[in-house]
Design a protein around this ligand. Structure first.
Ligand code: NDP
Ligand code: 2IT
Length: 449
């Protein structure tokens, strides 16, 4: 790939490649941010004097640990656990935990790096981190999940805390896993410390709207991008990849805003339902029964399940990737544009390859990068921390209003920053520059730490 880095920034990127060999997703995430920062160094020469870029690319702390657990056949299993505490300039480390067999240090670092700037964009007091394990929750019994989560927290508990580091969910980690981890943390520390984890159950310190927040926020962000183009979600044919937490609530909110989602997926294939995905059924199949997306189709004879199909081949007005990194490549992006897609909002983290990003930017469509579009989840986590800190709980309507206000502010910040820096409509530039500048200013203020 052609590197289009400013000469002042190239050595920092080279250093990242040398220091972190083989961590390709991390390299990709760093390059994407650094490509935006040339004009920032011109406006803020003090950032170069303080070597902010070099410091921001190096995590403050990286923890890697053994997670031994016993499966239902009484066999000992061993996984690897991670927590990368990337940056605490703006607040306690904050970011989710991912349980997926593909997890290794490079994935956790890319996610932690993205999280720094995403969290800065929210305007809330949260630093950036990510963690997880190469544990595969698929096909595991409830008891196996519990034993794994207990073992994971038996090491991680000493590194986290409401003012230190506050994990939450990500792929493979939802309310059930957060429950087991909170229970074990409470037991080991003898502290009922609600603010140590977010995404908790509603009866024990959780916030209304947190479950829905990433998806709702993504739909709000896409709606905002369309509004500045005198357009809206009303009547739009949409495609959403994934069928997990983010996908389900993206679909629900798009329907409430007048759009129609005709397809969603999992790693096995996708379901196409011309009349619009039935969200209640989707929740039943995926959240309650924990089954596969192919189990949706038999409920509607007019819907179709396509095993191993490419969901981006479906013509649509709006595409919202909500599964995983690099799920849209250059070819997929080109196909989406050719088929008339006018907006792409990233519910997932880094779902588009650099080639795909280039296609969207060149086409001039409304393209919302993940760190802006999916920031509603972590924002509502910060609202959960606020409620925990004052031992309060807000109602659904009020919490959703707060989420919507935050998404509007993030959209405005990215939009205006892109204009100020001479790249109108480029939300990638806007998000990277606005997020980075906030963190960089705090790091300068703190002196060399
Ligand atoms: P879930 O585990 O609830 O759902 C993940 C979905 O994506 C599943 O449908 C899964 O299919 C699919 N998927 C995961 N990995 C792959 C893969 N390698 N290839 C194909 N499909 C895959 O996770 P979330 O919905 O929470 O997360 C989805 C995305 O959103 C991730 O990128 C995450 O980082 C991001 N995100 C999540 C936030 C949150 O609050 N949860 C906040 C912001 C971003 P299958 O079951 O077949 O694996
Ligand atoms: O990628 C993300 O922003 C998340 N997985 C949510 C993080 C959080 O702390 O709520």
């Amino acid at each position: 790939m052609n590197i289009t880095l400013d000469d002042k920034i190239k050595p920092a990127y080279r250093e990242v490649l040398n220091r972190n060999p083989g961590e390709t997703e991390f390299h990709q995430a760093v390059l994407e941010v650094l490509e935006s920062l040339g004009p920032v160094l011109v406006k803020h020469p003090e950032f170069a004097d303080h070597r902010i870029i070099e410091r921001i690319c190096e995590p403050e702390r990286q923890i890697i640990f053994r997670v031994p657990w016993m499966d239902d056949q009484n066999n000992v299993q061993i996984n690897r656990g991670f927590r990368v505490e990337f940056n605490s300039a703006l607040g306690p480390y904050k970011g989710g935990l991912r349980f997926h067999p593909s997890v290794y240090l490079g994935i956790i670092k890319f996610l932690g790096f993205e999280q720094i700037f995403k969290n800065a964009l929210t305007g809330l007091p949260i630093g950036g981190a990510k963690g997880g394990s190469d544990f595969d929750p698929k096909g595991k019994s409830d008891n196996e999940i519990m034993r794994f989560c207990q073992s994971f927290i038996t090491e991680l508990y000493r590194h986290i805390g409401e003012h230190t580091d506050v994990p939450a969910g990500d792929i493979g980690v939802g309310g059930r896993e957060i429950g087991y981890m909170f229970g074990q943390y409470k037991r080991i520390t003898n502290r009922w410390e609600a603010g140590v984890l977010t995404g908790k159950g509603l009866d024990w310190g959780g916030s209304l709207v947190r479950k829905e927040a990433t998806g709702y926020g993504a739909a709000f962000f896409v709606d905002e991008m369309l509004k500045v183009r005198n357009n809206s979600l009303e009547g739009k044919k949409c495609v959403v990849s994934g069928s997990g937490n983010v996908a389900i609530y993206t679909i629900e909110k798009i329907h409430q805003l007048g759009g129609k989602v005709v397809a969603c997926s999992d790693s096995g294939g996708f379901v196409y339902h011309e009349q619009g995905i039935d969200v209640e059924l989707l929740q039943q199949v995926k959240e309650v029964e924990r089954r596969r997306i192919k189990d949706y189709a038999p409920h509607y004879p007019e819907s179709k399940y396509i095993a191993k199909g490419n969901i981006w081949e479906i013509p649509c007005d709006v595409a919202i990737p909500c599964a995983t990194q690099n799920e849209i490549n250059g070819r997929d992006a080109t196909m989406l544009i050719k088929n008339g897609c006018v907006a792409v909002g990233e519910g997932a983290n880094m779902p588009t390859t650099p080639e795909g990003v280039r296609v969207f930017l060149d086409a001039g469509i409304a393209y919302g990068p993940g760190k802006a579009t999916n920031a509603g989840g972590v924002s509502t986590s910060a609202l959960e921390m606020q409620q925990n800190a004052c031992r309060d709980s807000w109602d659904f309507e009020y919490t959703e209003q707060r989420l919507q206000q935050i998404m509007r502010k993030i959209h405005k910040l990215c939009y205006e920053t892109a204009e100020q820096y001479g790249s109108p409509n480029n939300y990638v530039r806007g998000a990277n520059i606005a997020g980075f500048t906030r963190v960089a200013k705090a790091m300068v203020a703190f002196g060399l730490i």
